[in-house]
Design a protein around this ligand. Structure first.
Ligand code: NAD
Ligand code: IPM
Ligand code: MN
Length: 347
């Protein structure tokens, strides 16, 4: 398998190095070859080349590689004249590859918070429209600024269908085993979200085997902390999903635990939920678990499910047997290297 690597900024390179080491070792154990190609992307690339992604990379992702693994990109100080960041790739990759489903699993691994209720749900975040479709086209002057939130029928239908199919492939919410999709919206206030909910209800009627559930965004934030075991799959708008996935991460050991996939009908790429964490970069502090579980998601999507399970199992046992422990800020006590070695030795 030929995997394109975008190492990114901040902690990106050290996390990607950890993931490559684990991928290569796991592939060797399962008797297949992995080859890595490198594509430059992020704030560093923007500073060097004036664009945040190497020229032609989107086409190469579609044509020359079997899969794409990305580290976090962006640096808060690297900004465009309009005040937004120059090194992030959401618009370029998510819209460029039409990866409309941002799949963000939140799972509390054994050993992280002993005694806590189980947490195992997936946020299906709409990835190509909603508020973030306004990136680059909002308006601003000295006295006011505006961005627009757009939802289309095609866009809402496909993400809601994706969420129901995701629920069908899982075994239900941890608390009651019920297969459930929760529509998270603000339809009490905004027409766009009322449109989202109406389409959700239409698609839900086609899936009588899965429970259709509703939460307003504010109550969802509360319940994801107060009663996380209720949730199985959540589906929501882009901006809302962005925020709730970081919130969910905080209940599961922090952002360094959380992988994600950007998935479309004919393209996909995989990255951690978090950003480039510049304040801990280059100090062997960052938790590479997010990037390792991201690599496992990539393999699972590519159909290499045995090796995906091998990596996930090694990560889980490193936490379960106490080899990896987390500091209160989410960094591992044994460092990036220590986590990598603990996982390598358990593959
Ligand atoms: P961040 O996710 O980088 O950091 C938030 C907090 O989580 C910080 O305290 C950080 O130290 C911690 N953290 C993040 N990853 C960690 C890990 N693996 N192990 C331990 N701790 C970890 O968010 P931010 O500071 O708001 O953003 C920094 C930069 O990242 C910005 O330029 C932002 O635009 C970018 N960003 C990129 C992506 C992406 O590439 N997908 C996602 C989010 C943010
Ligand atoms: C994420 C990030 C990105 C987003 C930013 C960095 C562009 O927050 O992947 O969660 O827009 O979603
Ligand atoms: Mn985010």
């Amino acid at each position: 398998m030929r995997i394109a690597c975008v190492d990114g900024d901040g902690i990106g390179p050290e996390l990607m190095a950890s993931a490559r080491e684990v991928l290569a070792a796991a592939a060797a154990l399962d008797g297949w070859d992995v080859e890595f190609g490198f594509e430059s992307g992020g704030a560093g690339t923007y500073l060097e080349a004036g664009e945040p992604l190497a020229a032609g990379a989107v086409e190469r992702f579609r044509g020359e590689y079997d899969a794409v693994l990305k580290g976090p990109v962006g640096l808060p100080e690297v900004r465009k004249a309009d005040g937004t960041e120059a090194g992030v790739l959401g618009g370029v990759l998510r819209n460029g590859l039409d990866t409309y489903a941002n799949v963000r699993p939140v799972r509390l691994l054994p050993g992280i918070r002993d005694g806590a209720d189980p947490i195992d749900y997936v946020i299906v975040r709409e990835n190509t429209e909603g508020l973030y479709l306004s990136r680059g086209s909002g308006v601003r002057n000295e006295r006011a600024a505006s961005d627009q939130l757009l939802m289309t029928r095609v866009g809402v239908e496909r993400i809601v269908r994706f969420a129901f199919e995701t629920a069908r492939a899982r075994s239900g919410a941890p608390k009651d085993g019920v297969s459930r999709v929760t529509c998270v919206d603000k339809s009490n206030v905004l027409r766009s979200f009322a449109f989202f909910r109406d389409i959700f209800d239409e698609i839900a009627a086609e899936h009588p085997d899965v429970e259709a559930d509703h939460r307003y965004t504010d109550a969802a934030a509360h319940d994801l902390v107060a009663d996380p075991g209720h949730f199985d799959v959540l589906v929501t708008e882009n901006f809302v999903g962005d925020m709730l996935s970081d919130l969910g991460a905080a209940t599961a050991g922090g952002l360094g635990m959380c992988p994600s996939g950007n998935i479309g009908d004919d393209a996909a790429y995989f990255e951690p939920v978090h950003g480039s964490a510049p304040s801990i970069a280059g100090q062997d502090k960052a938790n590479p678990t997010s990037q390792l579980l991201t690599a496992a998601m990539l393999l699972d999507h590519a159909g290499v499910t045995g090796t995906a399970r091998r990596i996930t199992g090694a990560v889980e046992s490193a936490y379960a047997d106490g080899a990896v422990r987390l500091n209160p800020d989410g960094t591992p006590t044994c460092g990036t290297r220590g986590v990598t070695e603990a996982v390598l030795s358990r593959l």
